[in-house]
Ligand binder design. Structure first.
Ligand code: FUB
Length: 322
């Protein structure tokens, strides 16, 4: 007869074998604005801790080798390493450059005359700890009506890094220096150019390149409500012009509301894409009740993006090649 321990062990193995899909959400807890990427041979997701502003004083991060099993890295960035953070640590943007890891963040929900805005923290490891690199915001001013939050950093094929950012219905773009710690003015001497793609733009810009075209995406609607969603444009240049094509992610009465503030992971070297986004479970109405989810992002033959089908199952295991 099998002992209890053996039976439990077999149950555990069956459980481990069963998990072939990520499920949605991909990890427990209220987490929003997820930035997904590949670094150091692993998938990573850096989200906002979704809670009252006064409690948003740290970021956790999550890593995975297959998109199915996620490991939590607690407090990769926290208040003790950002002297000027008071509240509302929002919307991480993460990238690796020359063996160092740069974590851009929004802090303080800044308004005119206040200290806050977009900062940058650096670490030698993707899992941190990250430390504020400047001792002050990289962008603390409100230019063209854009609140300095929701930055996304994009590296073009020529090696130039651009930052897109902005809340309050306006989006600005700037060039970053080679060390990613300052802003290089445009040819006309301006530091920021407005690239708001549509009257319906609200926040959460994201840029990616595919087939020589620039895919610009952003969130529309109010993030605390059900109508939050993601729309996109395709352009021939990173500066646009951006013409809104349509929505790619929105609420589904069968699945969730408030789906938005996304990012996209490309499997390196493959024409294979995953959208990482937050949404609100149907049982929830509180603005901060947001969970991080993943689904496939597909393109049509003409290069347009197919509307995302939100699922409860998530995606199948997808290992990265060594
Ligand atoms: O999570 C805080 C804020 O909510 C983000 O900065 C916005 O994009 C919205 O998702």
């Amino acid at each position: 007869m099998l002992g209890l321990a053996a039976l439990l062990c077999m149950g555990g193995q069956a459980q481990a074998k069963k998990k072939k899909e990520s499920g949605n959400p991909i990890f427990p807890g209220w987490y929003a604005d997820p930035e997904g990427t590949v670094m150091d041979g692993r998938y990573w997701v850096f989200p906002t801790y979704s809670a009252p502003f006064k409690d948003q004083l740290f970021f956790d991060a999550f890593s995975s080798r297959d998109l199915v099993t996620w490991t939590k890295h607690e407090r990769v960035l926290e208040q003790k390493n950002i002297p000027w953070l008071r509240q509302a640590l929002w919307a991480p943007a993460i990238l690796e450059k020359d063996g160092r890891y740069y974590l851009f963040f929004g802090a303080n929900d800044v308004h005119e005359g206040e200290i806050g805005g977009i900062g940058v923290a650096v670490s030698d490891k993707p899992e941190g700890p990250y430390k504020d690199a400047l001792g002050r915001p990289l962008i603390g001013e409100i230019v063209n009506g854009a609140q300095p939050i929701d930055q996304f950093v994009f590296r073009d094929d020529d090696g130039q890094y651009y930052m897109y950012y902005g809340g309050w219905r306006h989006c600005n773009m700037c060039k970053l220096s080679d060390d990613l710690l300052s802003i290089v003015p445009w040819e006309d001497g301006q530091k920021f150019h407005e690239v708001t793609p549509s009257e319906s733009y609200v926040e959460g810009p994201f840029m990616m390149k595919r087939g020589g075209k620039y895919y610009f995406m952003w969130s529309e609607g109010g993030w605390t409500g059900p109508d939050y969603c993601v729309a996109y444009a395709i352009a021939d240049s990173p500066k646009g012009p951006f013409r809104r094509i349509g929505k790619i992610l929105q609420q589904d009465p069968e699945v969730a509301t408030g789906a938005g503030h996304h990012s996209v992971i490309q499997v390196p070297g493959k024409d294979e894409y995953y959208i990482i986004y937050h949404r609100r479970p149907l049982s929830e109405t509180d603005g901060n009740s947001r969970v991080t989810c993943i689904d496939r992002l597909h393109f049509n033959a003409d290069g347009t993006i197919r509307p995302v089908k939100m699922t409860f199952t998530g995606v199948k295991a997808r290992k990265l090649r060594k």
